[in-house]
Each structure stands twice: as C-alpha cells, then as structure tokens.
Ligand binder design. Structure first.
Ligand SMILES: NC(=O)c1ccc[n+]([C@@H]2O[C@H](COP(=O)([O-])OP(=O)(O)OC[C@H]3O[C@@H](n4cnc5c(N)ncnc54)[C@H](O)[C@@H]3O)[C@@H](O)[C@H]2O)c1
Length: 288
C-alpha cells in the first residue's frame, strides 16, 4: 500500500541492532515507521537518531503478547493511515547450554519471542493487509542458524528453523492477497546482542568468521530487509534470503560453533540470554 505520504512499516525490535538500522533505512526510503520494542529506552534512542521524527512513532510491545502486537500494528494504521510492511525482527539469544540442563521455561521463552512473536506479527499484519485489499510485505528475520546445527545454541537454531519454514508455508496462503512473506537470514552481525557494547573488539573476530573480509553490520541486513519490504521485490515471496558474507557458502568450522554457544565447556551448565531487552541473563550450573 502506498499513498501520497509514502508507505508505512512496523519494525519489531527497532530499538537496537538490525531493527534500529532497518528503521533508519526505511525512513531514508520514504517510509513512515512504528518502532515496536520491549525496551522503551532503546526505542526512544532510535527515534532520536531519526532525521524525520514526524515520520516515526513508538509502540511499547513485548512480541510474546498477542494484544500488544496487534495494537502496534493498529497504531501504524491510526497514526499513518495504513500498513504496507511489517518486519518481525525482535529477538534474543534465548536458552543456551547443555541439552541435559535446559529448563522448560527457558526453552518456552526462546520460542515465545522468536517464533510465537513472528506468528503474531504475520497474523495481525495479514488481517490488516487483507482488509486494506492492496497487498503488502512481511519480512521475518530468521538466521543462518536456522539452516544447520552448528551456528547457534540448540534452542535458538530450532526456533530460527521454524521461522524459515513458517515463512515459506504461510507465503503460499497469503499470495492470493498479494501479501508477500519472506525471511532474511543474517550471518554474524555486529549488533549489541553480539558485541555487548564493545563493537571494536568484536569486529576483528567477526571479520574472520566468513569469507568476506569485514564484519557484518546491521546496515547490511537493513538493506536486504528494505529491498524485500518495498515494491522493488514484487514477485519475491516465500524466499529465505541469506545475507552472511559467504559464511554458509564456505561452511563454518567447529570453532565457530563453539563461539556461538555449542561449546563443550558448557556441559553441566545452562541458562537464558535475554539479549538487549534490559532483563539480565541467567547462568545456572548443575548442582553436584
Ligand atoms: N546479530 C546477529 O549476528 C544475528 C544473526 C542472525 C540473526 N539475528 C537476528 O536478528 C534479530 C535482531 O537481532 P540483533 O542482533 O539486532 O539484536 P539486538 O539485541 O541488538 O536487538 C534486538 C531487539 O529486539 C528487542 N526484543 C527482544 N525481545 C523482545 C520482545 N519480547 N518483544 C519486543 N522486542 C524485543 C530488544 O529489546 C532489542 O531492541 C533477532 O531476531 C536475531 O535473532 C541476529
């Protein structure tokens, strides 16, 4: 959908990393954007970076809450007059550690944020876009960890694989309404989730992770998302677009898997990584 004021997008997880870069990229492309994030502080910081504050709104959303996701999408319609694109990007590292130690609550948290949150985003975007009758574009941020077993913690890999196949399956149903659904699968990207506030330290390591001789940056992913969100990608649907500097082409080594959470030293240890939500992460060791 597009009117004289430009298209409208909602970006979940728009307070940090890939989501923030996507908000700024879409604003550059003329979109009006709702920044939907559970972290009010970082969401407000994204708005401060925007060159066109009148074209941005903020929604306080935990993507695990269906009503909150629906309300964020409704805000786009109320404030900006329609909905053209939704980027389901919010994410955390989630449960990690030895499979023998992972607790159900941490497994569920991981799937609630990474999979159920995406389901809510697609469900409510599709309702609005079907009612508008002019199509739309939904982009789900998955991960190369959804393609194989060695690229992230086990629960995270399982959740991201679910996002990839959910995207393909639902794209079939929504094609008749000209609603496109695609996934972007980032490789290793220098975001606060990965660099923990020290990008310069992380980026040398990240640059050596894949064949491309520089670290993956949030803007690399934002460009791919913007392509899929806008009209230039008409006829692209059900696609899982890998943006990883050649990482999966080359195949990762075992050292890479260790860095991303499948470290054998984690035997007997588990926990949950709440990412940049503002909630502290938890590490537990099995009592002897
Ligand atoms: N950085 C990488 O290397 C990488 C690689 C592959 C995939 N990804 C995916 O990209 C997406 C963005 O990650 P990032 O690296 O930019 O991380 P980030 O931590 O910088 O940003 C994630 C944002 O999501 C928000 N968020 C988390 N849980 C939420 C919830 N329940 N409700 C609403 N918002 C919530 C956080 O507050 C934060 O603003 C995630 O889905 C992640 O899994 C990242």
């Amino acid at each position: 959908m597009s009117d004289q004021n430009g298209p409208v997008a909602v970006v979940t997880g728009g307070g940090s990393g890939i989501g923030r870069a996507t908000v700024l990229r879409l604003l550059d492309a003329g979109f009006r954007v709702v920044v939907a994030d559970v972290n009010a502080e970082t969401a407000a910081a994204t708005v401060e970076l925007a060159a066109a504050p009148d074209r941005v709104a903020v929604a306080a959303v935990d993507v695990r809450d269906e009503d909150a996701v629906a309300a964020a999408l409704a805000l786009a319609v109320d404030r900006f007059g329609g909905l053209s694109a939704v980027v389901n990007n919010a994410g955390v590292g989630g449960a990690f550690g030895a499979i023998t130690e992972i607790e159900s609550a941490d497994w569920d948290y991981t799937f609630e944020v990474l999979v159920r949150g995406v389901f809510y985003g697609v469900k409510h975007a599709a309702r609005i876009m079907q009612a508008q009758g002019s199509g739309g574009s939904i982009v789900n941020v998955a991960s190369v960890a959804g393609l194989s077993g060695g690229l992230g913690p086990v629960p995270y890999s399982a959740a991201k694989a679910a996002v990839v196949n959910f995207t393909k399956a639902v794209s079939i149903e929504l094609a008749a309404d000209r609603i496109r659904v695609n996934a972007v699968l980032p490789g290793a990207i220098s975001t606060p989730l990965v660099h923990h506030g020290r990008p310069e330290r992380a980026e040398d390591k990240l640059a050596a992770t894949q064949p491309w001789p520089a670290a993956g940056r949030p803007e690399h992913i934002a460009s791919a998302i913007a392509f899929l969100a806008g009209g230039e990608s008409e006829f692209v649907t059900g696609e899982a677009l890998v943006v990883d500097g050649g990482l999966t082409a080359a195949g990762p080594g075992p050292a890479f898997a260790e860095r991303l959470g499948n470290d054998p030293r984690l035997r007997g240890m588990a926990g949950v990584n709440h990412g940049t939500t503002g909630v502290a992460s938890v590490v537990r060791t099995r009592p002897e």
